[in-house]
Design a protein around this ligand. Structure first.
Ligand code: PLP
Length: 393
């Protein structure tokens, strides 16, 4: 049967090919190290699991309001107050089945055919596809490595047209790990507010920030910027709850209402049990969040220099999230590969290390390595890559 045009235009994830190949090699008995993980390698904290058990025992197993329970909305409202000093009401929050679904629903309700969404590169793989699925057109702006992969106000000004509906800011970033500072956010935020452009602020890695760096939400910087911002966040990365599928959006009540209407005809509601557990995630002890953050930071500090010492690799030090994003253009050339996609395939083929090529993030000279894996495993992967590159020196 002929499929709908909107899905025919969907590009498959570039990570899929390499993940499939890694799985195939593993099945053949090879000792493959996968550095593609986009999720914390820790278990969900025990008190959250216990809350889910309690939810099931207490019969909290039925439909909930489409936009999420009042209990979870209140926990999210409280979190915004505590962490960012931001005030939201229940009608300015929607709980969705993961942050990814919150973004999907948002683009569905704000975009008309031909509306443009500015997406800084390198970008998280799902942004362009979600914008296209909603009939919008992604417009890319290159976040240069010299500027820590961040876009500048001038670049944004040169990109905005009268069709620009929204701009995506993802800080800390997947895949680069970089953060926008307060001044940068203020400049971008004020410009968008003045132009009536919606800022989609994806803050899913908010809790994973290292060294002296601090996460700032663009919505904190003025009441007017807040009015033009939809914050996207969730418990997946902060509380190691990727499989529970709880994320949310916060912002303008009319947008939230439209998203809630759409959810009422698609998912009905996020899982009742996961919502109940997410209240415990926000209202219970937060030590585990800090422990996981500290573990990621320790790994980063241990492996970053080692990665940079590999011939042909050059990597800025990430400030957050759990990815390293080295430029490997020279390494690919040294290895005689036509591009970094081929180089990534070679690393898998020859050394059984699976990395994600940057082409999927709109940055074809780079690869993404996730350190959401044990230090021992990551170091073994680096040794293998080092061994592979040593033959080309
Ligand atoms: N935004 C970014 C930048 C991400 O990296 C991810 C997950 O990889 C998400 C959103 C989606 O998170 P969730 O698991 O809550 O859907």
């Amino acid at each position: 049967m002929e499929l709908a045009k909107r899905v025919a235009a969907l590009t498959p994830s570039t990570t899929l090919a390499i993940t499939a190949k890694a799985a195939e090699l593993k099945a053949e008995g090879h000792n493959v190290i996968g550095l593609g993980a986009g999720e914390p390698d820790f278990n969900t904290p025990t008190h959250i699991i216990e809350a889910a058990e309690e939810a099931m025992k207490e019969g909290f197993t039925k439909y909930t309001p489409s936009g999420g329970t009042n209990g979870l909305k209140d926990a999210i409202i409280n979190k915004f107050k505590l962490d960012q000093g931001l005030n939201y009401s229940r009608n300015e929050i929607i709980v969705c089945s993961g942050a990814k679904h919150a973004l999907y629903t948002l683009f569905q309700v704000i975009l008309n055919e031909g509306d443009e969404v500015v997406i800084p590169t390198p970008y998280w793989v799902s942004y362009p596809e979600q914008v296209k699925l909603a009939g919008g057109s992604p417009v890319y702006v290159e976040g240069l490595e010299e500027n820590q992969f961040k876009i500048t106000l001038q670049q944004l000004q040169e990109t905005v047209t009268d069709k620009t509906k929204a701009v995506i800011i993802n800080s800390p970033s997947n895949p680069t790990g970089m953060l926008y500072n307060e001044q940068e956010l203020k400049e971008l935020g004020e410009y968008c507010a003045e132009k009536g452009i919606l800022i989609v602020s994806d803050e899913i890695y908010e809790k994973l920030v290292y060294g002296e760096n601090q996460h700032v939400s663009v919505a904190q910087l003025s009441e007017n910027i807040k009015k033009h911002t939809i914050i996207i966040n969730g418990v997946s990365k902060s509380h190691s709850m990727t499989g529970w599928r709880i994320g949310y959006a916060a912002g303008d009540k009319d947008i939230i209402k439209a998203m809630t209407n759409l959810a009422s005809h698609s998912t009905s509601n996020p899982t009742s049990i996961a919502q109940y557990a997410s209240v415990a995630a926000y209202e219970g002890p937060q030590e585990a969040v800090e422990e996981m953050r500290a573990a990621f930071e320790q790994r980063l500090n241990t492996v970053h220099e080692k990665l940079n010492s590999i011939p042909g690799f050059s990597c800025l030090k990430p400030q957050g999230a759990f990815y390293l994003f080295p430029n490997v253009k020279r390494a690919a050339e040294m290895a005689g590969c036509k591009d970094v996609d081929e180089f990534s395939a070679q690393l898998l083929e020859k050394e059984k290390v699976a990395v994600v090529p940057g082409s999927g993030f709109g940055a074809p000279d780079y690869i993404r390595l996730s350190y959401a894996t044990s230090l021992e495993t990551f170091e073994e992967a680096l040794s293998r890559i080092q061994r592979y590159m040593s033959q080309f020196q």
